[in-house]
Design a protein around this ligand. Structure first.
Ligand SMILES: [Fe+2]
Length: 344
């Protein structure tokens, strides 16, 4: 049964409305805006019938305060008023009311407006639910596709087996710490960085197999080719995500791919950005990326012990890495060691 909240300081009107509606709906009736807001603090309802002219707090103010609570902002509101003039009506609709019922009520009109509005609202919720489900499905397919592409890159690059998965887990641990230590980085931003992390090396898809699989040091020409993976990755990530994902996530994922080899002192690639010119998401990725490279065995080097790897990172504050972020990264050492012990 739909639950309707009626707010009207005129007790005669209130009981008339209550009597008219209580056969078909569950009714809560209150006589002031204050009481309505108090009720809505701990309860929800499907519709609010709200009188405009009330002492203390008028209907418009009550509506503004209901709308200010994101968890109650979607409840449809029908205004009730004795001012039967077009200006009041247009102000009600402008303010975001779903409808407008003039007092004294004409019973049939009121009932049919309420039932039509509740039907529409049910339809809207159903459509919103379907849309959400589809979006979830598309995102899932897309994530599978990205992980598929990432593992395709990895299967070609013999030296870095598991790097993408591991760096993503490192970013996750780092992000959890950042969220506690740096209030400027929102949870939603950090979640996006975690989702973007597996895409950081997608550009390697465009690097020649011979270079990617080389078991020795690169020649300068080969290194130039290899370095193209960051800008190429940004292009690919943009192409895959644009139009499907929200703009902010696309930007973060593109930045992670594009700038994860930039260095704090400007000596990195591809753009030679320095300091805070490098997007923070790429500075986060750089720490995770280098840490994994240090701690893992590669064809050209042994794995560094933890102490040495963390020392190398610390000694590169201000040259390779953002010193502030780097300090927080070092604090993740216990969790990072635990992670690598469990996955190797
Ligand atoms: Fe890379």
């Amino acid at each position: 049964m739909y639950h309707i909240l009626i707010v009207d300081d005129d007790k005669t009107n209130l009981s008339a409305a209550k009597n008219a509606l209580s056969d078909a709906y569950k009714i809560t009736a209150v006589t002031s805006g204050e009481q309505a807001l108090k009720f809505l603090k701990n309860n929800v309802c499907d519709l609010i019938l709200l009188d405009i002219n009330m002492p203390d707090m008028d209907g418009f103010e009550v509506m503004d305060r209901i709308r200010a609570n994101p968890e109650r902002a979607d409840i449809p509101i029908i205004f009730l008023t004795a001012d039967n003039d077009p200006q009041t009506e247009s102000r009600c609709l402008e303010k975001g009311a779903m409808d407008f019922i003039a007092k004294p009520f004409v019973l049939n009109v009121m009932l049919s407006r309420i039932s039509r509005l509740l039907e529409l609202e049910a339809l809207r919720k159903d459509l919103a639910g379907q849309l959400e489900e589809r979006t979830r499905h598309i995102k899932h397919i897309q994530e599978m596709m990205i992980m598929g592409m990432a593992s395709m890159v990895e299967s070609r690059d013999l030296s870095t087996g598991g790097h993408i998965k591991r760096t993503s887990m490192v970013v996750e641990i780092f992000a959890a710490r950042l969220s506690r230590e740096n209030p400027n980085l929102s949870k939603s931003f950090l979640e996006k960085v975690i989702r973007a992390a597996p895409m950081h090396d997608l550009g390697k898809i465009a690097v020649d197999d011979v270079i990617l699989r080389k078991q020795a040091k690169f020649t300068p020409e080969e290194y130039t080719e290899m370095k193209k993976h960051s800008a190429e990755g940004a292009r690919i990530v943009k192409q895959i995500l644009e139009g499907i994902e929200e703009e902010e996530f696309v930007k973060i994922a593109v930045n992670v791919a594009h700038y994860h080899h930039e260095k704090w002192d400007g000596s990195g690639y591809p753009e030679g950005l320095s300091g805070e010119e490098i997007p923070i998401e790429a500075r986060i990725m750089a720490l995770a990326d280098v840490f994994d490279a240090l701690i893992s065995k590669r064809c050209y080097k042994e794995a560094f012990p933890y102490t040495e790897a963390f020392e190398i990172i610390e000694n590169s504050f201000g040259t390779h890495f953002d010193p502030q972020l780097g300090k927080i990264f070092l604090e993740c050492r216990p969790q990072l060691e635990e992670l690598y012990q469990n996955i190797t």
